[in-house]
Design a protein around this ligand. Structure first.
Ligand code: IPE
Ligand code: IPE
Ligand code: MG
Length: 251
């Protein structure tokens, strides 16, 4: 494992990694266990990813923990996921402090059960003075809903003469997203073999590198994260330019 880590080039670490943590249910099913057994085991993978990112100097890690669409799952699964969130926040606070992590959240948090909201804001408050990695949990998050809200908020400002239509640009839109304080995503990882975005950070991933792995989330460890970063470091991010143009900039 240390070997994989030493191959990572220090000068080319993705600043913002976003992960779609998928495959908990299938992982559990393979073992003849209920889906929630997979969710519970996914907590270790969350811890490993946070630590791995902190170790190599990733500044922002955003984890897709619960989507707006996930509210449509069986009531019992939703309920158990919410209580798992509460117990994990309580249990992991010590680790977050130890690793100097700042907790942040995006999504329609008002929809979460009251005790989950309370625990979330408690941990956010307790970690706000930390100076290391910013860990953002996407909870009750949907990118389309986020964009609809941006349009409503901006329209309101225009109607109230607080903003001119000509002033609307990408920066203004960025500043109205849940992610206003985060940079664009550099690397998006999805586990479990599915190759789709599932309504996650559509605007923010416009130029992200996408990495898909067949590993189910509960099996995801630091070494899987480092492999994804190594893969990212092989890529040439051209942002619309030609390779030759990028070479002249490097010279
Ligand atoms: C991801 O695993 C966790 C959440 C979406 C909350 P899944 O629960 O989607 O697991 P699969 O995809 O059904 O295997
Ligand atoms: C996406 O996974 C949401 C999270 C990981 C929280 P899903 O399992 O809900 O996505 P689909 O339904 O397979 O696209
Ligand atoms: Mg899934």
């Amino acid at each position: 494992m240390e070997k994989i880590k030493t191959q990572i080039q220090k000068g080319n670490i993705p600043k913002h990694i976003a992960i779609i943590m998928d495959g908990n249910g299938r992982w559990a099913k393979q073992k003849g266990k209920p889906r929630i057994f997979g969710h519970k085991n996914g907590v270790t993978s969350v811890r490993e990813s946070i630590e791995g990112c902190a170790e190599i100097g990733v500044e922002y890690l955003t984890l897709y923990a619960f989507s707006t669409e996930n509210w449509n799952r069986p009531k019992l699964e939703v309920k158990t996921l919410m209580s798992l969130l509460v117990t994990s926040l309580k249990k992991e606070l010590k680790n977050l402090q130890k690793n100097n992590i700042i907790l942040n959240t995006i999504g329609n948090i008002d929809l979460l059960p009251k005790n989950a909201q309370k625990e979330l804001f408690e941990v956010i408050k307790q970690t706000e003075k930390n100076t290391g990695l910013t860990l953002t949990l996407a909870l009750s998050y949907g990118s389309r809903e986020e964009i609809v809200n941006v349009i409503k908020n901006i329209s309101e400002k225009v109607v109230n003469n607080n903003l001119k239509i000509e002033e609307i640009d990408e920066k203004i839109i960025n500043n109205h997203l849940y992610t206003f304080s985060l940079p664009d995503v550099d690397l998006m990882i999805r586990t479990s073999g599915e190759q789709r975005i599932s309504n996650f950070l559509l605007w923010q991933m416009a130029y992200a590198e996408l990495y898909f792995t067949n590993t189910f989330w509960p099996d995801f460890r630091k070494k899987n994260l480092f492999n994804a970063i190594l893969d990212y470091q092989q890529r040439e991010r051209r942002f619309g330019k030609t390779s030759e143009q990028l070479e002249t900039i490097h010279e």
